[in-house]
Each structure stands twice: as C-alpha cells, then as structure tokens.
Write a protein that binds this ligand. Structure first.
Ligand code: EPZ
Length: 419
C-alpha cells in the first residue's frame, strides 16, 4: 500500500494549476443519464472518485469515451441496466447521484444504500423523501433503494432540513424532466450546485436560482448533450493556500476562482497571510514565521467549508496563540486530531469543538489517513514538522487530490510516494 514520505520545514514557492472540482464533476457525470445525446465533460480531475463514477456509468452499459486530456464523452443512449451495484457504491457514496437522473429519465432505479462513512452516519433520507414527494415509490430492502414511478415524476415543493449538497443536486436533476415546476427551499448554495445547474441549462434545462437557497426548476420533455468544462476545485486550492500559510513562502495558484473561497481567504488573512487575486488566479505570501491562531466554525456555503476544517486544525496546531475549530456539518470529522497529536499537537476535543493550543513545532511521525480531508491535514502537518513524516492509507488522498506529491514537489516540498 502506497505511503507518502515528507521531510518537513521547507517553505513553498512557485506556481501550480488548480485541477477540476471533484464535487462538480461527480453530479455532472451523473447528469449525462438525463440526456438523449452524448454529454462531453472537460477539465475532469484525474481522481479515483471520478474513475469510480465512470465505472458506475459503464456498469450500466453507458458508453464512456475518455480522451487523454481527461475530457470524457458520455453517451447514455446505450444504457443496458438501471442498477448502481453495492460493489461500486460502497467505494463512493456520491453514487447516490444517479438516483434522481435514472428515475426522471427511465422511471426506475436500483441503487445500493451507501454505507456509513468515517466522518459520520451520512444518511440519504433527504434524497429518498424528496423522490417520494415527486411521486416515486421507494422500498429499501437488502441494502438497496428500489425506486420506480408510473409516468413522469411530478414537480413539487421540497424543503430541505438540514441543507444537503448532493440531495439538492439529486432533486435538481430529477426536476429537469419532471412534469411541472419544482421549488427547492433551503437549497445548498455551494458553487458546485451552480456548476451543475449551468451544465444542465446547457443541456436545455430550465433552472433559476442556483447558488441561492431557493431554486426553481421547470420540467421539460427532454435534454440534449452539450460540452461543459467543470469549475476549478476550491477545496484543493484552499488546501494549497493553507499549506503556504503554514510553511511560509510565496505561491501563485492558477485557474483558481477566489470568489468561491472568500470565507477561507478571510481566515487566511487573519492568520497573517497576504493574498492578492484576480478572477482566475490567487497569489499568497506568508512572511511570518508562524501563522496567527484563528478560530472558526464550519457551515453550509457561504460559511467556512467543512471540507477545509481539518486543514485549519493543522494550521492552528502550529499557530501563535490558542484557537477553537467548531464543526457543525458532520458529527465525526475530527479523526485527524489524534494523528496530529501523535506529532505533538496540543488539541482537546470538547463535543464538536477542537480546542487548540498552538505550539512552535510539530515532530515528524508515522501517521494514518482516515478520510479525504483528514489525510490532507496530515500532509500539511508533515510539511511543517521537524524530521520525517510517513502517511499511510493515502488512497484516501488520491480520491480528492490530483497528483498531490507532484504539485507539492513543484513548490519545493520534500515529498515522495513510496510503496
Ligand atoms: C457533499 O457531501 C460533498 N460531497 C462533501 O465533500 C462535503 O463535505 C459535503 O457536501 C458538505 O459540504 C460531494 O459533493 C460529492 P450533505 P454530501 O448532504 O452531499 C446530513 C469531500 O470531502 N444529511 O451536504 O453527502 C449529513 O449527514 C466530501 O469532498 C442527512 O441527514 O453532504 C450532514 O450532516 C466529503 N440526510 C449534512 O446533512 C441526507 O439525506 C450535510 O451533508 C443527506 C445529508
């Protein structure tokens, strides 16, 4: 099993490009199921989760043609079955995103229930209840969601509590081919929801309000293929910006959208980083020896993203001063705390808050990744720790960070992948 070996205390400098957003690519690839003609998706990140989604579509008989620059042409007209099997779903819970499109287009879907997950129970009740409200019959048996609808799904009003990104995306996709109008209240406002809506509009969907908490979809009879390039990955960009705020140095991240990172940029500036940006790049410089401790609370967009929480626990563990990091989205997203503690971090968990006493240095140690963003936080800790850090189970990282060691090496980090 691959590991990452990092020798810390090297400042980062140089330029890298952001990859396409995983959490935009996944719903957009699922949206191909809605179309009568091929959908071409560009700027796809080369990530295990994207490969899994393409495998899932392929397992249904959908024709997937991948070009060398990670552009894919998906033609769902060849679909043979409407099943998302457990073998694939268990490796990627975002497989639930085929539920809405299959019901809307083919009036039937059998989707394995995604199991639990390291960061929380992550139920899919909101997805199921929404499909039922749109007229689907859904039975849950032997670990599968068995859904069907007589005729077309019906547009209706759906109010989400709590806010759910993929449940919002599932309903938007289902509503594009439903009969009548669907109004989604307390909708997720994440930029990836906007990206999905823009792709669907390009396919002929009638969607208003994406990016706000109220989204209105007018059902149409059919959608056609289009070409769409996914947005840059704001969490990947935020992770590299946080790395620089920890190690010191000066880095420019190209094809990054600062408008989608304002809550993270604000926090990085509170840490003492200097940030400049234009509409498609972000430049960060950290002249201070150590960042200034900065407290935060995560929440649905536009609040501080839960997907950046672990990275900021890492930053605060070596910051000047004490801080608190409160996680309000997932119930168990502090697995990284014990690992950073093994490196000398002084962090106490009090319910859903990590109380952090900043120390001047972490010490390299063997640590283990437990979930995607926790593993990113361990990479960041390794970049600033004294001595060597080896990170095990880095398949978690490969789900969400394209070529992380290559990009960090480009910036001067001493990091390599060892088998
Ligand atoms: C999306 O997950 C992202 N994944 C996650 O990114 C991200 O952390 C999360 O949104 C929050 O921003 C993708 O977009 C593929 P939610 P999602 O439904 O949609 C509860 C990463 O690191 N909930 O917005 O699954 C849920 O338990 C991943 O890239 C229900 O109770 O998250 C959580 O407490 C990790 N019932 C809250 O809502 C439901 O049916 C928000 O979850 C659905 C969700």
């Amino acid at each position: 099993m691959d590991k990452l070996l990092i020798k810390g205390k090297k400042p980062l400098s140089g330029e890298i490009y952001a990859s396409g957003a995983k959490n935009s690519a996944l719903p957009i690839l699922a949206a191909s199921l809605l179309s009568d003609s091929p959908l071409t998706v560009g700027n796809l990140p080369h990530l295990n989760d994207v490969t899994t989604m393409l495998e899932l579509l392929g397992s249904m008989g959908v024709d997937v043609l991948l070009s060398d620059d990670m552009e894919v042409r998906v033609d769902a007209s060849t679909i043979k079955n409407l099943d998302a099997r457990y073998e694939l779903v268990k490796t990627m819970r975002a497989s639930i995103l085929v539920l809405g499109p299959l019901l809307a287009k083919y009036q039937k879907a059998t989707v394995a229930l995604p199991g639990g997950c390291a960061i929380g129970s992550r139920p899919v009740n909101l997805h199921i209840e929404a499909m039922r409200l749109m007229g689907a019959d859904i039975n849950i048996e032997d670990g599968y969601i068995r859904a069907s609808v007589k005729g077309r799904l019906k547009g209706t009003k759906i109010i989400f509590e709590p806010v759910s990104v993929t449940a919002t995306e599932n309903v938007i996709m289902a509503a594009t081919l439903a009969e009548g109008e669907t109004v989604i209240e307390n909708a997720a406002r994440e930029p990836e929801v906007i990206d999905l809506a823009n792709c669907l509009i390009g396919m002929g969907a009638k969607i208003k309000g994406a990016g706000t908490d109220t989204i209105v979809v007018e059902g149409v009879k059919s959608l056609k293929g289009t070409s769409f390039s996914v947005m840059p990955d704001r969490v990947e960009v935020g992770t590299y910006l946080t790395a620089v705020a920890m190690t010191g140095g000066k880095v420019k991240i190209k094809s990054a959208k600062p408008e989608y990172l304002s809550s993270v940029i604000t926090k990085l500036e509170s840490c003492g980083a200097e940030i400049e940006s234009s509409e498609d790049w972000i430049l960060i410089e950290m002249k201070k020896e150590r960042p200034i401790a900065t407290s935060l609370t995560t929440g649905p967009y536009p609040s501080f993203p839960t997907d950046m929480q672990a990275q900021f626990v890492s930053l605060n563990s070596i910051a000047k001063g004490n801080s608190t990091v409160t996680e309000t989205v997932f119930e168990n997203r502090f697995m990284h705390v014990q690992e950073i503690a093994r490196m000398g971090g002084n962090i106490t968990l009090k319910g859903n808050t990590a109380v952090i006493q900043g120390i001047s240095k972490l010490k390299g140690a063997p640590v283990m990744a437990t979930d995607l963003r926790a593993s990113a936080s361990l990479v960041l800790a390794g970049l600033v720790a004294e001595g060597s850090t080896t990170i095990d189970r880095i398949y978690h990282i490969d789900r969400g960070y394209e070529r992380i060691e290559e990009k960090l090496k480009l910036l001067g980090a001493d990091i390599e992948r060892i088998s």
